[in-house]
Design a protein around this ligand. Structure first.
Ligand code: ATP
Length: 612
């Protein structure tokens, strides 16, 4: 197309289709752009609608290129479910460079939600500054394709969306966590991990370990899935209304949503775990961490940890791990207590309650009477201080995007060394303690070579070393301390042999495991599924197959229960079975409470078929 529609750009926004009211200054709601051939070809439609919801960005190539407006579209694949989006580039020749730039400004205003009216004069001045993202890449996540996918899929799309970025490869376990504790956050509009869910767990905990955690945890976080489970990415994909998909298709969907940039509140669950049994220090206090995904005990966590050895299979490792574990089905003795949502009143943290009475009714009897939720009987400038956790920038590749700079700072105000040195536990004497920080354990600094795939995941807190938690962290006001009994009122307790206990707060447990269909990012609920010993292998298998479609709540079994709660406590009563938080190994007993909407998640905008 060689002349209009670009020629018409001087007027309001011709060429864009949308709705607006009769009052001329009412904000326009623009749905897309019409493309029309000046000389229609026989058999082809002259007019084509390019929906704004599929547009990622635009550019105007500099001279000596002709005055072009280039639009980047990523329409979803249509032929088969789960087929990747396809990149489409459409270039339009304008009459002058100024006109092309005015069109580019108009497109970007619409993409960045700048309010426009029918008499808006589009120009670059209306635009907010480009977004700046910090990308943290775990090169060993999943099948080790994260860097390759960065180059082939992620970075090109991010550049097309006019987003600037810095990219850092993590070198070892807890690298991202240390980095996040120290960077200057105002430099960034978001922190995006290019990895599996484990790296986001580090980022959330790094944010909560900062003295300024209250602001820090509000920085939007995003995920570009390169792991083998990709639970959060599956939830984001589902939330956008897209069909379930895996691998590159899922990555492209998530990258597209990231470029669109809408943010939603996300619940965070505070989890208090026990020190490792091997810990020499018997007086070691419980460890507190923050979780965005799940707590799992028994079957699910065993599969997660044991299937590490099949990592080369990608997400199929969980299928194989599930089959292996079903073949040698185990049960685990324990006690599970939970607080249903209707009965939440604050705060047992004053005087400890009298000893708890275990509810000894059969599980379905007892729970159906007590629970609100029906039990389905049927079943830096990174701002990084120069400590910067031990040689970050010098040795690892750091790429800068369109307008970002590598602006490392000299000031080490949050100096990590003092915080890393203590080797014993110290609790503040009182709330008025001069130190704003409390020392706790953190995984050992011993770092495996970044270039060998020695994954420390799953080796547990034995490797932990010291880290600091701010004193003013949000209180778990529904829970007494871990070593004290729970209130008798309102709590439901089940004791016996379990096959699994799964507490989930996202809709997906893996990209293809729709394990909590009712869950929303900010519903303020923990979705608990527990399966008691006695279930047959066939029913368990059916349960997992049904989970792929989210229909497992209709699998009929008296051994399977689904409830929601605000807090729970889990006490393993035998040494069997692993316990994981967001896929990372921890030790029980543990307890957890949801903190609604504490964090913010990049989920894409309403331009996609958003849910809720
Ligand atoms: N360079 C690295 N070398 C070794 N471990 C790393 C490195 N970078 C990060 N890690 C650790 O690897 C752990 C697992 O990473 P992550 O969950 O992101 O990927 P994954 O395990 O492949 O994904 P999934 O959980 O979906 O299987 C993280 O907890 C992180 O601490």
């Amino acid at each position: 197309v060689s002349r209009p529609p670009l020629r018409a750009a001087a007027a309001a926004s011709p060429g864009f289709s949308g709705t607006h009211g009769s009052f001329p200054r009412k904000p326009l709601v623009v749905r897309g752009a019409h493309k029309q051939r000046l000389s229609p070809r026989p058999g082809k439609e002259a007019r084509l609608m390019l929906p704004l919801a599929e547009l990622v960005g635009c550019s105007c190539p500099r001279a000596p290129a002709p005055p072009l407006l280039v639009l980047y579209w990523y329409p979803p694949g249509k032929r088969r479910k789960g087929v990747s989006r396809r990149r489409q580039v459409r270039a339009f020749l304008a009459e002058s460079r100024a006109e092309a730039e005015r069109w580019a400004a108009a497109v970007q205003c619409l993409l960045r939600d700048v309010i426009v009216t029918s008499d808006t004069e589009f120009s670059r001045r209306l635009l907010p500054r480009p977004r700046r993202l910090l990308l943290l890449v775990n090169p060993f996540s999943g099948r080790g394709q994260a860097m390759q996918w960065c180059q082939t899929q992620i970075l090109p799309m991010i550049k097309e969306a006019n987003i600037s970025y810095n990219l850092i490869q993590t070198e070892r376990q807890n690298h991202a966590r240390e980095l996040i504790r120290e960077i200057s956050l105002p430099e960034w509009d978001g922190i995006v991990i290019v990895s599996g869910d484990g790296l986001l767990h580090e980022v959330i905990n790094g944010l909560m370990e900062r003295p300024d955690w209250e602001q820090a945890i509000k920085i939007p976080v995003g995920i570009l899935p390169c792991g083998s489970g990709n639970a959060l990415a599956g939830s984001i994909n589902h939330n956008a209304g897209y069909d379930m998909c895996l691998r590159e298709s899922l990555l492209l969907n998530c990258c597209f949503l990231l470029c669109r940039g809408g943010v939603r509140p996300m619940d965070v669950v505070s989890v208090t775990t026990s020190p490792p049994p091997s810990s020499n220090n018997h007086t070691a206090p419980p460890r507190r961490l923050f979780s965005f995904l799940s707590v799992a005990w028994g079957f699910v966590s065993d599969v997660d940890i044991e299937s590490e050895r099949y990592r080369g299979l990608g997400s199929a490792r969980f299928t194989l791990g599930t089959l292996v574990r079903i073949a040698s089905l185990r049960s685990y003795k324990g006690r599970l207590s939970f607080l249903p949502p209707t009965s939440c009143t604050s705060s047992p943290d004053a005087t400890p309650p009298p000893p708890r009475r275990t509810i000894s009714r059969s599980i379905t009897e007892g729970l159906e009477g007590l629970c609100h939720t029906p039990i389905h009987r049927t079943c830096s400038d990174m701002g990084i201080s120069e400590q910067r956790s031990l040689r970050l920038a010098a040795e690892e590749p750091v790429w800068s995007g369109t307008s970002s700079e590598s602006n490392e700072r000299e000031d080490g105000s949050l100096g990590g060394a003092e915080r890393r040195s203590p080797t014993s536990w110290t609790w503040p004497v009182s709330e008025r303690s001069p130190s704003p920080l409390l020392f706790a354990t953190l995984p050992s600094p011993t770092s495996p070579s970044p270039w060998t795939k020695t994954r420390t995941r799953g080796q547990g807190p034995q490797r932990h070393r010291q880290f600091c938690l701010p004193l003013n962290l949000p209180k778990d006001d529904l829970l007494p301390p871990l070593d004290q009994p729970l209130p008798t009122r309102d709590w439901v307790t089940i004791e016996g042999d379990f096959v699994l206990v799964l507490a989930l707060y996202q809709s997906h447990l893996g990209a293809d495991l729709f394990a909590a269909p009712q869950a929303r990012f900010d519903d303020g609920l923990i979705h608990l599924t527990f399966v008691r010993a006695g279930i047959s292998r066939a029913t368990l298998l059916r349960l997992f197959f049904a989970m792929e479609r989210g229909t497992h709540h209709s699998v009929s079994s008296p051994y399977v229960s689904h409830v929601t709660c605000k807090a729970f406590r889990l006490q393993p009563l035998s040494t069997r079975g692993t316990l994981t938080v967001d896929g990372e190994l921890v030790y029980g007993p543990l307890q957890a409470q949801v903190h609604p909407s504490l964090a913010r998640l990049i989920v894409g905008d309403s331009g996609s078929k958003g849910r809720g």
